[in-house]
Design a protein around this ligand. Structure first.
Ligand code: C2E
Ligand code: CA
Ligand code: CA
Ligand code: CA
Length: 278
């Protein structure tokens, strides 16, 4: 029985080693995806609530696997942020966005495009050099860029973050605080970090209904943003009641499934051409 057990154990071990060799680490898997060009931009329209017109989009990454399946960022973005591969990934997304939208945006200078950055991007000035190198001579001007930094994670080195934000603004980009209300920086940081735009998280938009008289987080973010001269974008807008509330409470723009989900390039461009954008 002992012999049978040890044979069994070595087979199990052998199979485990075989599987381990077959399956790359999460980090290697992302490197492979980067080399194969599997990370692609989807574009979610942003609507100006005062004019009802399209003012731009947010780039939301997807991974298109070789078998054609599309993966959402939840499957890989945390890993890419943790090991720093988010930096080359963001660079690839920026180049692909220029390929997709360059011709369309060169004729519409008022249209914006937003990219998501993470805390990692604010630890040194690589992102500033990337933005300069990628957009300087491109058909999309740096002044059409919005760079979003999430409040979900702390910016550990505040001094460096403040400098990177100012340098990105000096290149012509606007900087937005993403997921506002959910995170670490707190409202005082809004001022300290010198940002241009506040994006209110879906969490605070969800509860708004037809009979909603006040939405405390939304109301105070709008109030503070206005005092600081910033504009406000609401995310995750799904109903007309939410649009009515947000518009009458000073929110400038909105994105959400009510208008459109993140779209592949061809669908987004078709929408820009159909909607007579800014
Ligand atoms: P986020 O920046 O807060 O983006 C909004 C998320 O809400 C997106 O999910 C979007 O598809 C989804 N969404 C938009 N409107 C609605 C709506 O009306 N209802 C509902 N239920 N959902 C809506 P997605 O595309 O899965 O992205 C998830 C998160 O992954 C993003 O949250 C962002 O933090 C991160 N992410 C996406 N792309 C990138 C990227 O290129 N770089 C980095 N660093 N992070 C990214
Ligand atoms: Ca975002
Ligand atoms: Ca959010
Ligand atoms: Ca500023």
């Amino acid at each position: 029985a002992l012999v049978a057990m040890s044979i069994f154990a070595s087979i199990v071990l052998g199979v485990a080693v075989f599987i381990a060799r077959q399956r790359p680490s999460a980090s290697d898997d992302i490197s492979q995806g980067l080399r194969a060009g599997e990370f692609i931009p989807y574009y979610q329209p942003v609507i100006n609530l005062n004019t009802g017109r399209l003012e731009g989009c947010e780039v939301l990454v997807r991974r298109r696997r070789r078998d054609g399946t599309i993966q959402s960022p939840a499957a890989f973005i945390a890993q890419a942020e943790a090991d720093g591969q988010i930096v080359p990934l963001t660079r690839q997304l920026m180049r692909l966005t220029i390929d997709d939208l360059g011709a369309c945006y060169a004729r519409r200078r008022g249209m914006s495009v937003a990219f998501n950055l993470c805390a990692h991007h604010f630890t040194n000035d690589q992102i500033v050099r990337d933005v300069e190198a990628i957009f300087a001579e491109s058909p999309i001007s740096p002044s059409q860029l919005i760079l979003e930094v999430t409040e979900r994670f702390p910016l550990d080195d505040t001094a460096t973050a403040v400098r990177v934000i100012a340098d990105l603004q000096a290149v012509g980009a606007k900087v937005a605080l993403d997921d506002a209300g959910t995170g670490h920086s707190g409202l005082a940081m809004l001022h300290r970090l010198g940002m241009d735009i506040v994006k209110i998280d879906k969490l605070f938009i969800d509860p708004i209904q037809a009979d909603t008289k006040n939405a405390p987080i939304v109301d105070s973010l709008v109030d503070l943003a206005k005092k600081l001269g910033m504009s406000v974008i609401a995310e995750g807008v799904e109903t007309l009641d939410q649009v009515n509330y947000l518009r009458s409470h000073g929110v400038d723009s909105a994105q959400g499934y009510l208008f459109a989900p993140p779209l592949p390039a061809a669908s987004y461009i078709a929408l820009v051409e159909a909607m007579g954008s800014v």
